[in-house]
Design a protein around this ligand. Sequence first.
Ligand code: BES
Ligand code: ZN
Ligand code: ZN
Length: 503
Amino acid sequence: MDVKVTTQSCKNIDVQALAIPVFKDEKPTEGLLKMLDEAMGGLISSVIASEEFAAKEGETAYFHLSGKTLNARRLLLIGCGERDEYKARQVAQMAGTAARFLRSKSAKTIAVVPRVEGDAERAAQTVVEGAIMGLFEPDKYRTREKEERELERIEVVVEGADTKPLQRAVERGRIVGESVNFTRDLANEPGGYMTPTILAERAKEVAKKFGLAVDVLDQKRMEKLGMGSLLGVSRGSDEPPKLIVLKYEPAKANKQAKGELLALVGKGITFDSGGISLKPGENMELMKYDMTGAATVIGCMRAIAQLKPAIPVLGLAPCSENLPSGKATKPGDILRAMTGKTIEVINTDAEGRLVLADAIAYAKKLGATQIIDMATLTGAVSIALGDVNTAILGTDQILIEGVIAAGREVGERFWQLPLDKEYSNQIKSDIADIKNVGGKKAGTITAAAFLKEFADDTSWAHLDIAGTAWGDPATPYRAKGPTGIAVRTLIEFVERSARQTAS
Ligand code: BES
Ligand code: ZN
Ligand code: ZN
């Protein structure tokens, strides 16, 4: 799909359909809406007056046009709620709704007006990201009723502006949006088609295509390194584990950034049955997305390789299946992690923290000075925050606030949970250094407290994406399925870090 900026008036743009955001209580008495209303003989006035369209978020009104006043033959009005609540998230959702809706009407070329006051480049980028994300369909394995229609071109309308910086902005939006969908594609793959080996192959393809260094540790190397925690999880499976390591190295690193190294670490359980502590059957099929953290890391690295920020970034993904078998780790078993810490396994279903423990330790061994991990780690996070906010916890308040701020910029919401040292009491073991489950209370926090044992004194933040990585039901701007949450935030975070060290 082509993305471009147009600085033409809405009247003249040569596309099949035009998409326009409309705010609550807005009347077409001035500006763009007035012009369009007049061009359409008062149709917008009458649809608003009829109360058929109240411009609530996600509402749409669709028109076929006749006459010669507009070049486009179709117009879509998209409700965006209150004007002063129209921020990045709403802009992206508006664009997603526009793209999905108009594709469903077989439009090939569309133009979207951001109607954002302020940063036009950011707005243009957000529109493109939202539109590309809106077009994602998880229907790869359908042979019938598949979405075969495709948008060929999307134009972002910024009347009378300088096109060059805007064209760069939409190009960035395309890179980011496609990387989010890349992550969603990986997350959506069933466990049978997305083993640790296959995921590692996909990471290698990305590395080759976009110019990243890649190293995939196999079981032997993990054994040599003493990664007993990760290996304890993979023991029950016939599929060998993989630890994927990607590295982005800028051509010219910022001087101030010397010695600093950010690592993104993502949980890559390609199927989580629970192991010997087997999960109930209901919804178990969803546990194919337990590698979303790993997919997020690979998606971010894919974008970073193209956007070329001036700081180096490591991406790590510890990948394994979690299955029961005669060889599987049992509740009560003790594992020795790479750091030497011993872990009593109370519940084999708390496996994410076990694979992350060794990956975090390995990130530090590779020189990471700042670590952000992301994982579909706990069911408890859905109880605490539902599917609205992603939980963030960690040991470095500045890092945490940096991630939250990057999220705000792109329209993704994070909510910090506390990590007081008393929570660590819950993971004390009677017979080993720590245990992998902290009881019923504060499940998301005690999981983070477990990871903290391995991040230790390194600056660290943890994102629990278990509640936000899967969208159900579908919305006007998003298909049901993987959401790609946190990919855009982390890319933004990396770019901000690069700019900050430059200034
Ligand atoms: N992968 C699950 C967490 C999860 C649950 C992700 C639902 C997405 C949706 C994780 O490995 C797990 O099973 N966690 C257990 C931990 C418990 C045994 C302490 C949980 O949350 O129940
Ligand atoms: Zn589990
Ligand atoms: Zn899991």
